[in-house]
Design a protein around this ligand. Sequence first.
Ligand code: PAF
Length: 293
Amino acid sequence: MAVQVISTISEMQSISEKLRLNGKSIGVVPTMGYLHEGHARLIKAAVLENDIVIVTIFVNPLQFAANEDLSSYPRNFKRDIEVVNDMGGTIVFAPSVEEMYPEGFDTTIKTGNISLKFEGVFRPTHFDGVATVVMKLFMATKPHSAYFGQKDYQQVTVLRQLIRDLRIDVFIRVLDTVRETDGLAKSSRNVYLSTVEREKATILSKALTLAIKAALQGERRRDTLNEIMKNELKSFEDIHIDYASAACAETLEEPPLFAPEGEIVFLVAVRLGKTRLIDNMVYRPGTSPEFLL
Ligand code: PAF
């Protein structure tokens, strides 16, 4: 069956309400469109786990600062619909900016400490914008479960905190980052990379892999782990490192020494030419990451 495209909040709300009354489970996959394999996997997982899958497509101005890529953010609505169709999604919710933020809109969610570090240092208004739009998308689609990629690790951490703090009745599912065969994490922004930059961009996953290997060998000193990533990222002069940091996987705290049994997330953000790239990997003691097998 072809996907149904809904563009107004009121229509979306009434459809979701009816679905809920009919006992249907609803999974939502919030996206900004230009769907890639990472999104496709999220939709597929949602289809397996829910009766109805709503994919939201909305490039959210509230999460972009004035100097960021809102106007050039890649879009291809027609192709996105095909992807949702192919993956078995039921509904695409694609509101306009005016629908989401009409004249007089004046309320935003203020995220807390967890949003101030890492991305928050470079994009101070970003997570308030994400939290506000995700909340609005939840209110519109009334999902039981919501699907996000691990690629945006801090985003997921901030959203988990939001769900906890506001007691929002939505189950968060986080799926692994999908990578190109050479390790580059799939991202809609990868289209900005020139051929040379695209080759250099594999350095992110290489740096993360080195840190994971060091952790596997027992390294727990934060500074040493950070240095391992930074040294690798410095292989190319034109890569500007915003951060390369090890943190506690759950809280994003940065103790000087990680506990032997604690999970560690390695987070990197760099600028390569005009493109800003982020990536992360999680070290879980007692498990061997797939790429090392
Ligand atoms: O991860 C994204 O694509 C966006 O931040 C999200 C969650 C759809 C909110 O605009």
